[in-house]
Design a protein around this ligand. Structure first.
Ligand SMILES: [Zn+2]
Length: 306
């Protein structure tokens, strides 16, 4: 009798030590995302109810990920796959097929497109396809760079996850609201920081920043790339430098995987500054969360525009 009591107490103590929030690994949802931005935005929704893994690393250009068997292994046992959509990550389809996982193929309940319902910018007015080399054929896919998109993107993630785990809907919603409150608070700061530069012209290397710039009232007036994914010709560079001088452009934004030497040379010729911003969560030191990445980008830009 006494021994039984001891065991009961020990068991209670063990549960207590795990903490009320702890979820055994086997009970967690397994989620893969295509990008680290989506991983970060998914984790704020799931909290500790899921293991979330990104297929692209922070240092990789999510436009052209090489599909490797290791990615298919990652996806094989996933309950859900969250993709960026807008043709940024078409390779995710190849991975899902190769992983032979019916949970995450297009159309399956565990397949979540984070771009559902967002207002897409830079939709081509004429027909563009990949044979022409343009890698934004259905519009600009880089909406996760804009922290103001967080409510819509996390809503899409929540709705998708609630399809496969309806019992967690309330917890997801609570987590999401807490996160959005923090974004809201930060947005006030960011708006204030960039307010003095409203209307300022900015040049970018790849057209990654249009949602971000538009959010804060800045204007993308040119790109180093001739078109998305198409490198600059000598002629294009001459025109760009002239435009930058005429428009008094002070700033070129580049991404970590850009040809930064070229970007710096153009900036120098035009009397501007170039900087690498966090094109994905984790791609620059100190940007391991969605908030940190947005914060880094706003501060770096405000500094350059000064
Ligand atoms: Zn792009």
């Amino acid at each position: 009798m006494r021994r039984l009591l001891v065991i009961a107490l020990a068991t209670t103590a063990a549960w207590g030590a795990l903490g009320a929030q702890s979820v055994p690994a086997a009970d967690k949802l397994r989620i893969v995302t295509s990008t680290t931005d989506l991983k970060a935005l998914t984790e704020v929704v799931t909290g500790n109810l899921a293991e979330v893994d990104s297929m692209a690393r922070a240092s990789q250009n999510p436009h052209d990920l090489e599909v490797r068997p290791s990615l298919m292994v990652k996806v094989r046992r996933a309950d859900a796959m969250i993709v960026n959509g807008l043709e940024l990550d078409l390779w995710a389809d190849v991975v899902a097929q190769g992983a032979n996982n019916a949970n995450v193929i297009p159309g399956a309940p565990g397949r979540i497109d984070a771009s559902s319902g967002i207002l897409v910018l830079e939709v081509p007015k004429t027909h563009v396809d990949r044979s022409m080399g343009d890698i934004h054929p259905v519009g600009n896919p880089h909406y996760t760079l804009d922290p103001g998109m967080a409510p819509a993107v996390t809503q899409n993630i929540l709705e998708g996850l609630a399809r496969i785990a309806p019992q967690h809907r309330a917890a997801f919603e609570r987590n999401r609201q807490q996160f959005l409150a923090r974004i809201d608070e930060a947005m006030g700061r960011w708006n204030k920081m960039l307010a003095p530069y409203k209307g300022s012209p900015v040049v970018v290397n790849h057209a990654l920043w249009v949602y971000f710039l538009t959010r804060f009232g800045l204007v993308q007036v040119g790109t180093v790339e001739e078109r998305p994914g198409i490198p600059a010709t000598a002629n294009h560079i001459v025109k760009l430098v002239n435009l930058m001088k005429e428009d008094h452009v002070k700033t070129i934004i580049a991404e970590p995987w850009s040809d930064f030497k070229l970007v710096e040379r153009i900036a120098q010729e035009a009397g501007a500054q170039a900087a690498i911003l966090a094109a994905t969560v984790g791609s620059v030191k100190g940007t391991d969360t969605f908030l940190e990445a947005a914060d880094f980008n706003v501060k770096a830009l405000a500094q350059m525009l000064k």
